[in-house]
Design a protein around this ligand. Structure first.
Ligand code: LRH
Ligand code: MN
Ligand code: MN
Length: 388
């Protein structure tokens, strides 16, 4: 197995983007629970995300969701982010909170609604041009609830046509990232339910169209690491939305449900060229729940990604290949498990200290008094994001 020191140059290449919406109030479909001190505007969300980066050194960018993070001046917002030591990242489109989108958006049967959804995508591209963002991420709530409600085949055609129009507008250095989810809010059929559909739709567009894999968006029992290997093989893995789930799209803290699955995913990412500065696979969190305090929740998720990345980097890939070639089933499995069972937390703490970061980011955050400060300052925190 490689030593921890040997993997340090690779660890240094890790960057995990945070979702702005993780810092606002969120809830279930039954209730939005408010927390004192939550951000009242996009600036305050960025300030909170910057704290996660300050204490972990791992989260240099923040994804925006439009219109949740709509502002008049995006140059100013980018400047504000820079002043706080972070940059603006992916722009997430939102065509799921408007009455007109009740029956869909880019795959809607009515061209007037498709056209409205397209205008929103164009607005997002304008924002990307102002913020310097590379990625436009599109997740669609489009689908139907009842057999017969919609024309499954024609909706794919409408979707393809809409996506082509969006793709034609993005710049040479920008990407269209299509995110799939197997169900919810639609319960009978979803227009982009799986990696195969996202792959087929983005393949038709071109090289700058890729797929986003949200780890919470699969049926229970799905072998997600296989999808990772397959999309990397096909050159179509654009990004991850990391979170964890017990049942469906639970959006829980990364690794909370199944750290071994996260390790297996990261092992495929690393083995197939999806990791590091040479790769264009974006690591993002899409974790936002309402029980835990927001900033520590993100710190925990970021640290878990870092811990599982370190373990996956420790896999002795040469020994693994040898065992696989020799048909040594137990030996091959042992190589993987040896890395998985290696506790890297003390080494990571030392590594952080060597970079001028706190050994224990969670304790350092608690001690900093920031949580008390925002509670005192931010009176009337809004429902930023979900429930807005
Ligand atoms: C959809 C999703 C998608 C949205 C986010 C708020 O379930 O994962 O990424 O943009 O949640
Ligand atoms: Mn997501
Ligand atoms: Mn989701």
């Amino acid at each position: 197995m490689p030593s921890f020191d040997q993997i340090v140059p690779l660890l240094e290449q890790q960057a995990i983007e945070l979702p702005s919406w993780a810092f606002g109030n969120s809830g279930t479909r039954f209730k939005v629970f408010t927390q004192p001190g939550v951000p009242r505007d996009p600036e305050e969300k960025i300030a909170d995300a910057a704290k996660v980066n300050e204490f972990t050194g791992l989260a240099p960018t923040v994804a925006l969701h439009i219109p949740w993070d709509k502002v008049d001046d995006y140059d100013k917002l980018a400047g504000y982010a820079a002043d706080h030591g972070v940059a603006l990242g992916t722009i997430n489109a939102n065509t799921f909170q408007d009455d007109d989108y009740k029956f869909g958006s880019l795959a809607h049967h009515d061209s007037a609604v498709r056209s409205k959804a397209l205008d929103h995508m164009y607005e997002c591209i304008e924002i990307m041009n102002a913020t310097g963002s590379r990625d436009l991420k599109i997740w669609l709530a489009d689908g139907t609830n009842y057999p017969g409600q919609g024309d499954l085949r024609r909706r794919q055609d409408w979707l393809a046509d809409s996506l082509q129009k969006v793709y034609d507008r993005i710049g040479d250095d920008q990407r269209l990232i299509l995110e799939y989810k197997f169900f919810e809010p639609s319960f009978y059929h979803t227009d982009v339910p799986d990696w195969g559909t996202a792959y087929a739709q983005t393949l038709a567009l071109g090289d700058r169209a890729k797929v986003c894999l949200d780890t919470g968006h699969h049926a229970p029992g799905t072998n997600i690491e296989f999808i990772v290997a397959q999309l990397l093989r096909l050159g179509k893995l654009g990004s991850f939305d990391f979170n964890s789930r017990f049942y469906a799209d639970d959006d829980l803290i990364v690794g909370a449900a199944d750290p071994f699955q996260l390790f297996r995913i990261l092992h495929e990412v690393i083995s197939n060229g999806g990791y590091g500065t040479d790769s264009d696979v974006a690591f993002m969190l899409d974790q936002c729940h309402n029980l835990e305090p927001k900033i520590p929740g993100q710190i925990r998720s970021v640290l878990t990604v870092s811990e599982m990345t370190a373990r996956a980097l420790l896999v002795d890939r040469e020994a693994l290949a040898e065992a696989q070639t020799a048909g040594d089933v137990l030996g091959a499995n042992q190589v993987l498990m040896d890395a998985f069972y290696t506790d890297v937390r003390a080494d990571l703490a030392d590594w952080r200290v060597s970079r001028g970061l706190p050994a224990d980011p969670m304790a350092a955050y608690t001690k900093s008094g920031y949580a008390e400060q925002i509670v005192a300052e931010r009176i009337g925190g809004s429902q930023a994001g979900w429930g807005a």
